[in-house]
Design a protein around this ligand. Structure first.
Ligand code: ADP
Ligand code: ZN
Length: 529
């Protein structure tokens, strides 16, 4: 941090080249840096890999004093500081992993004006002790990283972020820059108001990641489907596989290793050392696969992740976008692949029902899930739908599964009526609790023990659905659940009707369903011969 703040732009460019070794600024970096160097506030929405770090690192070097970086990622502070030190930038952090001596040394360096950047967790920053320390030195700027953590609507809410509005009150002269890779219009507005950044320069980059190919496939045998993807398209590539539970992380990692693909597990129940070691290997070695819960990845900067695979349905589009955004930071072609099935919908609806929190909280979770389901069931371009979610528009992209292999939609009104009638007979007339499997068996007129035992072959709906196959009926159930025309209840995933079901049963509503591409192709072949 030098004393010459005048002539900001040329100096920023000089720092970019001399310190970071890059030729030119990307996207809006220059404009953002100019704004902050000149003492203005900025709110930056830029996708993962867009180059947010330089937006506060360079102003910290150009402006007098130390850039104070607020980050929730304590585990990554050491890495960040090491990387900066290698470039000759004087950086330090204060957090709970240090012993008192190390902390005192960082505090001394700050007070002596020997630090360009100081990383802090929000809880620490907001203590009176730290604020007094900061007062006794010189602050170049505040950078608030992962700013979406202030949003109660979002999926990473951290209560301590709410306190950060105090920075402006205590240090009105110090410029602030808040950055995030995940922001819908609603989150953007929430960040601005909670951090008092309404008057700040707003820098919203395009959220499109054209090099990532988005694909969402029906889930049959997810581990085998994954193996097939890795063998046919990503042999020897580094990638991340996300699973919902620790148990499936372990099983999937084992399965890949058994099949000759080196895979490391990562989840919250592993001890710190194993976790850190697996993460370090993934970053340093080539061609490793990490199988992880969503605990993995925030702040991970590995440019050549070639694929991100989800074996379970993410809880929100924002989470999905952020997780898939870890692929292809180097701009080379990469794959975001998601396997999604009926069981995902059942399970997630159940998790929302049984989650703690008031009804507003549950409604919020349900809204997030609905948007995710809409993305899975769309017959339109996946990318356009994703970007629309972030308030941005786009043409059909030509690089997602629905663009490459357009699915057909079909009029599923009659199928829906049959299914909803069966649910009505079982649950609402007879008060019997059955999941999708039994309802489908009834429609198909199967002769199973369970059918005989409950005399389901006596029902008027028995055997009325033989025009579709088992898998197709599962698709119908899944899509009706996604569209809110059907719901699940209780521990066994009992199917029940919703308020809107009546519109379908009463012929007041048409139901359009998505036909999976392979099946569409098969159907076309059959009808021709
Ligand atoms: P984000 O924090 O937005 O996810 P990073 O700040 O980690 O992104 O930057 C992503 C990658 O792009 C990093 O490897 C970074 O060094 C590189 N990068 C950033 N800005 C530039 C630039 N102007 N020229 C070349 N590479 C850049
Ligand atoms: Zn597309």
């Amino acid at each position: 941090a030098s004393d010459t703040a005048s002539g900001a732009a040329p100096e920023a460019l000089e720092v970019l080249r001399r310190v970071f070794g890059y030729e030119s600024f990307r996207g809006q970096q220059q404009a953002i840096i100019d704004q902050v160097v000149a003492g203005g506030d900025a709110l930056v929405l830029m996708p993962t890999g867009g180059g947010k770090s330089l937006c506060y690192q360079i102003p910290s070097l150009v402006r007098e004093g130390t850039g104070v970086v607020v980050s929730p990622l304590i585990a990554l502070m050491q890495d960040q500081v090491d990387a900066l030190s290698e470039l000759g930038v004087r950086a330090g952090f204060l957090n709970s992993t240090q012993d008192p001596d190390q902390r005192r040394e960082v505090e001394r360096a700050y007070l002596a004006g020997e630090l360009d950047l100081l990383y802090l967790a929000p809880e620490r920053l907001l203590t009176e002790q730290t604020m007094r320390l900061l007062d006794n030195g010189r602050i170049a700027l505040f950078a608030i990283d992962e700013a979406h953590c202030v949003s109660q609507w979002g999926h990473d809410f951290r209560p301590s972020y709410l306190g950060l509005s105090e920075l402006h009150e205590r240090w009105p002269q110090v410029p602030r820059i808040a950055l995030t890779a995940t922001a819908t219009k609603a989150t953007h507005a929430e960040i601005a108001s909670r951090l008092k950044l309404e008057e700040a320069g707003q820098f919203v980059a395009s959220f499109d990641r054209p090099n990532i190919q988005y694909r969402i496939a029906p889930k049959n045998d997810p581990k085998k489907q994954l193996l097939n993807l890795l063998r046919t398209e990503h042999a020897g590539d580094a990638g991340i596989v996300y699973c919902l539970s620790r148990a499936s992380v372990e099983k999937t990692a084992q399965f890949l290793n058994d099949n000759g693909i080196e895979a490391l597990p990562y989840h919250a129940m592993l001890d710190d050392r194993t976790r850190a070691a697996n993460q370090a290997r993934f970053l340093r070695e080539e061609g490793l696969v990490v199988v992880a819960t969503i605990a993995f990845g925030m702040g991970i900067d590995k440019p050549d992740v070639r694929f991100v695979a989800h074996l379970d349905l993410p809880k929100s589009v924002e989470g999905y976008y952020q997780e898939t955004g870890r692929a292809g930071r180097d701009g080379l072609p990469s794959t975001a692949w998601l396997a999604y099935g009926l069981q995902d919908v059942v399970q997630q609806r159940k998790m929302i029902d049984t989650s703690e929190g008031d009804s507003a909280h549950k409604r919020r979770l349900a809204t997030h899930l609905d948007a995710m389901l809409a993305l899975c069931e769309t017959v339109e371009c996946r990318r356009s739908q994703l970007l629309a979610y972030f308030g941005q528009t786009g043409e059909p992209c030509g690089n997602c599964d629905t663009c490459l292999e357009p699915p057909q939609s079909w009029d599923g009104t009659i199928a829906a009526q049959k299914l909803l009638s069966a649910v009505y007979r079982l649950h609402h007339e007879r008060r019997q609790k059955f999941g999708a499997g039994q309802v489908i068996d009834i429609l198909l007129g199967k002769e199973t023990e369970k059918i005989r035992q409950h005399r389901h072959d006596q029902l008027t709906v028995y055997g009325i659905g033989t025009e579709l196959q088992d898998g197709e009926w599962r698709g119908v159930v899944r899509q009706l659940l996604a569209q809110g025309l059907l719901a699940v209840e209780g521990d066994y995933g009992t199917l029940v009707l919703t308020e809107s079901s009546g519109e379908v049963l009463g012929q007041r509503r048409k139901v359009m369903l998505r036909r999976e591409p392979e099946k569409a192709a098969k159907a076309a072949r059959v009808s021709k011969s």
